[in-house]
Design a protein. Structure first.
Length: 176
């Protein structure tokens, strides 16, 4: 058995493909979904694989041509991501994935900004308890996403409050 066929190696490859899919590579998104589907079948109780599988469904939804398929994949994505959080509610990567997916769904149809707010607030609360929980770069990303989630949910005052918190904690940097 080659090292390329280990579940850990396949998961690493799938995560890289998923990231390429997030950046717009539709073929990579499909390949990530296929790999994650296989991993999910062999490791059905692995919460992180479940979360990445849910994220891959969100990309398939994004890239679908037919409206019905977009809706079905998005709903399935939310269901799978919710299941991943139920399996491991304290896993930060799962919370970040679910929050990020919810942030990109149309609020007028899915009403998922509240879930994104819950997940990003969860991450920031844990960071307040342990400053090593997130890197500074991760905190900036979470704050930006939380601000956007509040904006999407129709709460511009809270969005502005979070943006101000970000600005006061982290003055603008070139890598942002």
């Amino acid at each position: 058995m080659s090292s390329d066929s280990t579940p850990e190696k396949q998961f690493k490859i799938a995560k890289k493909l998923l990231q390429d899919g997030v950046e717009g590579d539709k073929q990579a998104a499909k390949r990530a979904h296929e790999k994650l589907l296989k991993l999910r079948e062999t490791q059905p109780h692995h919460a992180l694989i479940e979360a990445y599988y849910g994220s891959s469904l969100a990309l398939l939804s994004r890239d679908a041509v037919k409206l019905v398929e977009k809706e079905e994949k998005a709903l399935e994505s939310l269901e799978v991501l919710n299941q991943a959080v139920e399996m491991d509610p304290n896993e930060k990567e799962i919370r970040f994935l679910r929050g990020s997916v919810c942030l990109h769904l149309p609020e007028s149809y899915f009403y998922s900004s509240s879930i994104a707010i819950e997940d990003f607030t969860f991450l920031l609360d844990r960071y307040q308890q342990d400053s090593n929980y997130l890197t500074h770069k991760q905190v900036r990303r979470v704050l930006r996403k939380l601000s956007k989630a509040y904006q999407n949910s129709g709460n511009p005052a809270k969005a502005n409050e979070v943006s101000q918190r970000l600005a006061s904690m982290y003055p603008k940097k070139k890598d942002d």
